[in-house]
Design a protein around this ligand. Structure first.
Ligand code: HEM
Length: 498
């Protein structure tokens, strides 16, 4: 085993399950939920930094907030790159997306543009749109079958992102922009995990003829690539046409296009706008679905938490109107509830992989340049020392003893849940605004409950989650039951004005 002494010797890699044969470890990891393995190995080796040898590539896992801070934040000039994969970036064509760009000037230009339109001083402009889409959403839920609610959650998050970014309305069923984006995002799920495709290790394989045995990946790439290329182009071109016709609604894209200098050739600048806007959907739609799914699951499983949150709404907002962002400051329990949603089942349990650009040393260990470096969000947000009884869904952990204020002496889940350093999620302010208003409207109008089966027993969710880059609760049935005559009145008189 690795001792501390050995570890201090220059050139020693951080400890890790090197005892396991590579195949054995690949097997452990292939079962998914790798964040749990990494957390377990971290404890086993008594180290918050691990080395995991995966598919012939060095991978470093950081299991503590301190390690994440020391490397991703304090050495962010070294630790902000992303791995480039032949299949994902080149053949399937995701290289236009800012989330996957290598660290450098091109990424900076896109990131700056994104930030300008999703930073805290700007995001409140979108609140009217968020509130409108969320009113439509709670209206639809009222007569939805217990196993059909997830479709409406997906529609809500898609409509918010497309509305804010492009000013386009989204059709309830089979919206062309949503279908295209979903097809593209499917390819992201299939090809996004490093090491899935042999061509990533043997780039020459990309030049094989398609009929060649083992060249199935080429046919897959050919099928997916058009959706990946056009998902950002089609809605962008729509807005351009609308602007030309004087019919565009205000949006990120229309603002950016209007700001261009007409006397110049804007071809390159337009491409940056198209890419940046397209990135919003890939980053924003599914992540928010997962967080809302977790909220709904937590409400079904913890009726006492739900009642407390509703009691606070009753006290502060009353039952004659929907809550509003102006109420936020007066709803501490609600704020704690949102933090607990982000902590209890993090949307991205391993955030997104970073890549270190040069050889480095940390705590006496050698970190090889080019290694993949992951922050274990799960391990950080489930650290028993910081969050006792870590698997319990309990918003009060974030509140002072009298329940009147948020504690200032506890880790804020937001500092890990949205990733790290210069790559930290730039959409988090919009994400939190979307989540807050959806949670508030839902609890103001509905009791969120397990449905009752034909024998009178509640159908309790099993609480299982998917594995992968994003982790979602597996589908479970929910009964959204209007919680009072006043709630029914609110649901029947939802204003559809922005
Ligand atoms: C609950 C919702 C969300 C969660 C949990 C989340 C989480 C994350 C995480 C973990 C990363 C990777 C950070 C890293 O590399 O360390 C990320 C990146 C990103 N997110 Fe989010 N996100 C959410 C919502 C959104 C929304 C709504 C948008 C768009 C409006 C968005 C846009 C992006 C973009 C553009 C990146 C790439 C940043 C870069 O590579 O420089 N995200 N997000």
């Amino acid at each position: 085993a690795y001792g501390v002494k050995q570890g201090r010797k220059a050139g020693k890699l951080p400890p890790g399950p090197s005892g396991l044969p590579i195949a054995g470890m690949a097997f452990e990891n292939a079962k998914g939920y790798q964040w749990l393995n990494y957390e377990k190995w971290g404890k086993q080796y008594g180290s918050d930094i691990l080395h995991v040898h995966m598919f012939g590539k060095p991978m470093i896992v950081l299991n503590s907030m301190q390690a994440v801070n020391d490397l991703f934040e304090k050495r962010s000039n070294l630790y902000s790159d992303r791995e480039q994969q032949t299949m994902f970036h080149k053949l399937v064509g995701w290289d236009w997306n800012l989330a996957f760009m290598p660290y450098g000037d091109r990424w900076k230009e896109h990131r700056r543009m994104f930030h300008q339109h999703f930073q805290p001083s700007v995001v409140p402009k979108y609140r009217a749109k968020l509130a409108l889409e969320t009113r439509k959403f709670i209206g639809r839920l009222r007569h939805t079958a217990t196993d059909d609610w997830l479709r409406h959650v997906r529609h809500l998050t898609g409509a918010i992102i497309i509305g804010v970014t492009y000013g386009l309305d989204v059709q309830q069923e089979n919206d062309p922009n949503v279908l295209l984006a979903e097809k593209a995002i499917f390819s992201m799920a299939m090809t996004g995990v490093a090491g899935t495709y042999l061509v990533d290790w043997l780039p020459q394989m990309q030049f094989l003829p398609e009929w060649f045995p083992g060249a199935k990946f080429l046919r897959e790439a050919r099928e997916w690539r058009p959706a990946v290329e056009t998902m950002s182009k089609v809605p962008f071109d729509d807005v351009k046409a609308q602007l030309a016709a004087g019919k565009a609604k205000p949006s990120v894209v229309s603002t950016l296009l209007t700001g261009l200098d007409d006397t110049k050739d804007n071809t390159l600048q337009e491409l940056v706008i198209q890419n940046t806007a397209g990135t919003a959907y890939t980053g924003g739609a599914d992540t928010t679905v997962s967080a809302l799914g977790t909220f709904i699951l937590a409400m079904v499983q913890n009726p006492e938490v739900q009642q407390k949150a509703q009691a606070e709404l009753d006290r502060v907002v009353g039952n004659q109107r929907l809550p509003d962002y102006d109420d936020q400051a007066n709803l501490p329990y609600f704020a704690a509830l949102m933090k607990e949603v982000l902590r209890w089942r993090p949307v991205t349990p391993l955030a997104a992989s970073h890549k270190v650009m040069e050889d480095d040393e940390y705590k006496g260990y050698h970190i090889p340049g080019g290694a993949i470096v992951m922050g274990n969000v799960w391990a950080i947000l489930h650290d028993e020392k910081v969050f006792p009884d870590h698997d319990k869904f309990d918003p009060t952990r974030f509140l002072t003893a009298d329940g009147k204020e948020l504690r200032k002496d506890i880790m804020e889940p937001e500092i890990a849940a949205f990733g790290f350093g210069r790559r930290k999620c730039p959409g988090r302010y919009l994400a939190m605004d979307s989540l807050w208003i959806a949670m508030a409207y839902l609890l103001q109008c509905y009791n969120i409950k397990a449905p009752i089966d034909q024998y009178g027993n509640p159908i309790e969710p099993d609480g299982k989650y998917t594995t992968g880059l994003l982790s979602y609760p597996l589908p479970f049935p929910v009964n959204f039951e209007p919680r009072s005559p006043e709630a029914i009145y609110l649901l029947e008189h939802l204003s559809m004005d922005e």
